[in-house]
Design a protein around this ligand. Structure first.
Ligand SMILES: Cc1cc2nc3c(=O)[nH]c(=O)nc-3n(C[C@H](O)[C@H](O)[C@H](O)COP(=O)(O)O)c2cc1C
Length: 206
């Protein structure tokens, strides 16, 4: 099966081996954002709320978010932390959400499941953004030291990813060639029989 996400005028395709919900089939990590688009309070709160209601190990709720909208000082500090590749497209996002979680390597469960919680929160935010007509693009390419300093993130907490939330540019010709070309790369995944096993590791589930 295939789906063609239709946000803005950029198109991407998702080949699925079975039906998946349109929010999942329609999700992709875009770079060609509309640098003039904004996100209002209700939309941004709705995306944050999706993170708040993500599953959480032991109901510990270790995930913390730092939120900036394009033009404010939080957005500026997060932009300053981005690596060069991300800095070439992400500042056109309407908002960034820095996702932080437990940093307690001595406590393996807290440390590991804190990371799982962060991934789930990210995923729920991405799908909620998609439902609102935005594109959510996660980034690990940023300086952790820079955000720790900028926001005085306390010990025991680690920054994991920045989620860029933007609207796709309506007119792809307004984008830099490299961004437009990168957004057109085919999206591929390993086939299901290489990632889903039964009975023995490597034996495809069927
Ligand atoms: C933990 C994590 C970190 C990522 N970091 C970056 C990043 O720094 N810059 C970037 O452009 N994309 C980043 N991505 C997005 C991936 O490149 C993208 O998900 C992958 O290419 C698959 O494309 P798709 O999301 O369109 O399916 C990251 C994704 C994850 C899950």
């Amino acid at each position: 099966m295939s789906a063609s996400p239709t946000l803005g005028t950029m198109q991407q395709s998702t080949e699925t081996a079975a039906w998946v919900h349109e929010l999942i089939a329609g999700r992709w990590s875009a770079r060609g954002f509309d640098a003039a688009a904004t996100i209002d309070d209700a939309e941004l709160t709705s995306i944050l709320e999706a993170a708040r209601w993500a599953p959480t190990w032991g109901r510990i709720q270790p995930v913390r978010l730092v939120v900036g909208r394009r033009g404010d000082s939080t957005f500026g500090a997060l932009t300053a932390s981005l690596n060069r590749g991300n800095a070439s497209w992400a500042p056109a996002a309407a908002a960034y959400i820095l996702v932080c979680t437990t940093d307690e390597p001595e406590d393996a469960a807290k440390h590991d499941y804190g990371a799982v919680d962060a991934g789930l929160a990210l995923s729920q935010m991405i799908l909620q953004a998609e439902a609102l007509g935005f594109n959510g693009h996660p980034m690990a390419g940023f300086s952790k030291a820079s955000v720790v300093e900028a926001f005085e993130i306390p010990e025991g907490v680690r920054p994991m990813a920045i989620l860029a939330v933007g609207r796709l540019a309506e007119d792809p010709s307004s984008l830099a060639d490299e961004i437009r070309e990168r957004d057109a790369w085919p999206r591929e995944r390993l086939p299901l029989d290489q990632i889903a096993f039964a009975e023995h590791w490597g034996t495809p589930f069927s």
